[in-house]
Design a protein around this ligand. Structure first.
Ligand code: URA
Ligand code: CA
Length: 434
């Protein structure tokens, strides 16, 4: 087989065989196929797309390019969750203990990430003593015992994706549905879950800005998951404004605790119940999605959700008393209010700008090596559709620096206040099953 013939076939819009896809991906991972041929191949896929069968095989080949996590020692159906990323997205911190509290085993591998705030692992490290490095046996035992454990990523998962994603980044081939879908799903499948719930964000703060694109990506990922033998459901949710109120690391942990206790922000709670009920259903802890949702609501009401969170923190060495005393979390030295300059209704909040403002404070990493400040971030006091009067606080800044002029400017700029009535936007646009 020759790589040039495979590129030519895809360039001409023909369907590739499994052998051809494997030849290209395996050869590239081993370093036998050069970057320039892989670039041309990615560009041919960008223009000519892939069939569902091609996408499934591409994903499987990337899964098999490296280590695969073996969760078979853990009893029950392991359900994982993935979000395509947004601003202030605290859902994993809530969902993991929430669904575990009704019996779904959560064996979560999570990242640190280069976003506006840290990843789930960073956020959890705002709890004093919390250990994110567990060996495989300890991890499996904890999930069997408590139904929940969370560890940082380790091992050599999907090296083919790592190499290809890096190449796509510099060859204008990231924005391709088959390539994005296979990239995301290969990492999820290699992480060992039996079933997957996806949260595909759409809106100004999301990777997929428009709803049509988000739907297309959701269908593509669901088809790959199901085609690879992992039952998959995708929820399409709004990211035209940050989720919940908090954007930051310790601030989001506090928000997660509030939500697990039943007094979190309405949008964050609703999204967690929507995603969580699908996780419980796929984990076969309920016959229907409605029954799953009732179980989750009851777990919040009865306190078993927050108890599971405490048990989870303590089991990994963390100070579980943060649950009852949030002053034990890292706290910033200063707070500042960003005030509304006029009366009206909040019509728009540019989520990306809010994210950048949080990262300017030090809540996110600018490079892989940089340290993040777990205490800093933002709390939104007004969201889209809320009435404001001149002088009201739109956002509270939690900072360890006194000079926050640039941050204030970014936040002011991200808010649009209108005189007209503003419709609240839907939070959930669609749920994709096939
Ligand atoms: N995120 C990924 O992991 N892969 C992509 O291709 C795009 C976003
Ligand atoms: Ca939040």
């Amino acid at each position: 087989m020759r790589m040039v013939d495979i590129i030519e076939k895809k360039r001409d819009g023909l369907e590739l065989t499994k052998e051809e896809i494997s030849f290209a991906i395996e050869g590239y991972t081993r370093g036998e196929i050069p970057d320039y041929q892989m670039s041309a191949f990615a560009m041919a896929i960008y223009f000519n797309d892939m069939t569902t069968e091609e996408r499934v095989h591409l994903t499987k080949t990337m899964v098999e390019s490296g280590d695969q996590v073996d969760l078979s020692d853990i009893a029950g159906i392991k359900v994982d969750k993935h979000s395509t990323g947004g601003v202030g997205d605290t859902t994993t911190l809530i969902l993991a203990p929430l669904v575990a509290s009704v019996g779904v085993p959560v064996a979560k591998m999570s990242g640190r990430g280069l976003g506006h705030t840290g990843g789930t692992i960073d956020k959890l490290e705002s709890v004093e003593g919390f250990n994110v490095e567990l060996d495989g046996k300890t991890f499996n035992n904890l999930v069997n015992k408590n139904k929940i454990a969370v560890v940082g990523q380790s091992g050599n998962l999907t090296p083919a994706d790592k190499k290809l994603y890096g190449l796509r980044d510099v060859t204008a081939t990231v924005d391709s549905i088959p390539l994005i879908a296979s990239s995301i799903m290969s990492k999820k499948i290699a992480s060992g879950a039996d079933a997957i719930v996806l949260d595909v964000k759409t809106g100004s703060g999301a990777f997929m800005k428009d709803l049509e694109g988000a739907k297309e990506l959701a269908h593509a990922m669901v088809q790959i998951g199901n085609g690879a033998g992992r039952e998959t459901i995708a929820v399409i949710s709004d990211m035209n404004q940050p989720l919940g109120f908090a954007v930051g690391n310790a601030l989001e942990v506090k928000e997660a605790i509030d939500t697990l206790k039943g007094y979190g922000p309405a949008d964050l709670e609703e999204l967690c119940l929507t995603l969580g009920s699908r996780m419980v259903y796929l984990g076969k802890q309920a016959e229907t999605i409605e029954e799953a949702r009732e179980k989750l609501e009851e777990a919040i009401r009865s306190g078993s959700a927050i108890e599971t969170f405490k048990t989870f923190l303590a089991a990994q060495g963390g100070d579980a008393s943060v649950v009852d005393d949030s002053s034990r979390l890292p706290t910033a030295s200063y707070t500042f209010e960003v005030e509304a300059k006029e009366d009206g209704v909040v019509a728009e909040i540019i989520a990306d700008e809010i994210g950048i403002a949080a990262s300017l404070l030090g809540a996110g990493r600018l490079t892989k090596e940089s340290e993040i400040d777990l205490a800093v971030g933002l709390v939104l006091n007004k969201k889209i559709g809320d009435q404001v009067s001149k002088g009201d606080s739109l956002v509270t800044i939690h900072s360890n620096r006194e000079d926050v002029d640039e941050v204030v400017d970014k936040i002011s700029h991200s808010y649009t206040i209108s005189e007209k009535k503003v419709e609240k936007r839907p939070l959930i646009y669609d749920v994709i099953y096939e």
